[in-house]
Design a protein around this ligand. Structure first.
Ligand code: NAD
Ligand code: TYD
Length: 351
């Protein structure tokens, strides 16, 4: 029997990779991509699958409880993979309330709607909430985040994601909703909006713009190729027991400044510029408020229980990513026009 799967935030960065994977791999599912199309949502990300018979797009706002309830009653989804969120830490510092409205209230609206239509009949149903490692706070120079690490969010973004995770667990524990949660480290890859570090640097190097390094560039992130995250989401959606949590990470820690220098070297080679050209664009700027020092994930539970492991090395993933940005200049031009210009000016030029 055909299953109806709702993917929220499918026009965004990670969501578009998950939608593509599910539409292509599971012709027996009908995939509904629900997205508000904020600045971060872009249907161009899904041009290659938009005409497939098992795909539909729904433009809706998860903050709108009535609209969400009506959609659940109309389509009677069997599964939900919830990625829609405000996702950028710097924006959460300037506008925390929007993060509460989408990330917390929007998640509760989806939980309520799923609970309402499933009415205690949870067989073959699943509500999968996609979260972040940032809910765990910041590590010192040693240790890794495990599924047992206590929550200690510092930014309005991570506080809103932590809150939504708590609601998902509360709906499992209180109403028996068949939920699962995963917390992933920093993703990189094609279709990432260029406000995030890696595509911002690629774009700025191309146009000889400054590379803004927050603080001393000593902060550490654990980078995972987005298609490996999508593969983990597929496995967890189909195989995880209800109520479980999985950490997903690349075992791939980089100090920001080292990563930016690496990007500079690869870009010099690709653009056939003399080596050292792009590094001259590096500028140390005022640090982000509340900037978490280090994130690093222990993903052994996912590896041991479900057999997941990353499919590419960081070098391979970065090559693929840079090649994608260099061969899709029109995508970058579209998403960096208009609203992005205003944001960029406020974030990097007026301050
Ligand atoms: P993104 O910002 O690229 O995309 C978010 C999508 O959600 C966009 O398409 C946007 O239009 C949509 N959206 C926003 N508000 C909405 C609303 N009110 N109603 C409906 N749609 C709305 O984000 P991303 O980087 O793809 O992240 C996706 C999810 O994965 C988020 O939940 C994020 O917290 C989580 N996550 C991201 C990373 C990362 O490195 N990017 C790492 C771990 C977890
Ligand atoms: P980002 O891509 O925003 O992801 P997150 O904050 O969710 O980890 O930032 C990654 C790291 O890069 C983070 O330590 C902040 C830093 N950073 C800069 O130094 N300069 C920038 O212009 C941006 C966007 C981020």
């Amino acid at each position: 029997m055909e299953k109806k799967i709702l993917i929220t935030g499918g026009a965004g960065f990670i969501g578009s990779h998950v939608v593509r994977l599910f539409v292509n791999k599971y012709p027996q599912y009908h995939i509904f991509n629900l997205d508000k199309l904020t600045y971060a949502g872009n249907l161009e990300n899904l041009r290659d699958i938009e005409d497939k018979p098992n795909y539909s797009f729904i433009r809706a706002d998860i903050q709108d409880n009535d609209a969400i309830m009506k959609l659940f009653v109309l389509h009677r989804f069997d599964g939900v993979i919830h990625l829609a969120a405000e996702s950028h830490v710097d924006r959460s510092i300037s506008n925390p309330l929007e993060f509460v409205m989408t990330n917390v209230v929007g998640t509760v609206n989806l939980l309520n709607a799923a609970r309402f239509i499933w009415k205690g009949n949870f067989e073959d149903k699943r509500f999968y909430h996609i979260s972040t490692d940032e809910v765990y706070g910041s590590l010192g120079s040693i240790g890794l985040f495990t599924e047992e690490t206590p929550y200690e969010p510092h930014s309005p973004y991570s506080a809103s994601k932590a809150s939504s995770d708590h609601f998902v667990r509360a709906y499992h524990d209180t109403y028996g909703l068949p939920t699962v949660i995963s917390n992933c480290s920093n993703n990189y890859g094609a279709y990432q909006f260029p406000e995030k570090l890696i595509p911002l640097c690629i774009n700025n190097i191309r146009f000889n713009l400054t590379l803004p390094v927050y603080g001393k560039g000593e902060n550490i992130r654990d980078w995972l190729w987005v298609e490996d995250h999508a593969a983990a989401i597929d496995l967890i959606f189909h195989r995880a027991p209800n109520g479980e949590t999985y950490n997903i990470g690349g075992n791939n820690e980089w100090k920001n400044i080292d990563l930016i220098r690496l990007l500079c070297r690869i870009m010099d080679r690709k653009l056939e510029r003399p080596s050292g050209t792009s590094e001259k664009l590096i500028a140390f700027v005022k640090d982000r408020a509340g900037h978490d020092l280090r994130y690093a994930i222990d993903s052994s539970k996912l590896q041991e229980q479900l057999g997941w492991k990353p499919s590419v090395t960081f070098e391979e993933g970065l090559e693929k990513t840079i090649d994608w940005y260099l061969s899709n200049p029109e995508w970058l031009a579209h998403v960096t026009s208009g609203e992005y210009q205003k944001y960029y000016e406020e974030q990097y030029i007026k301050r």
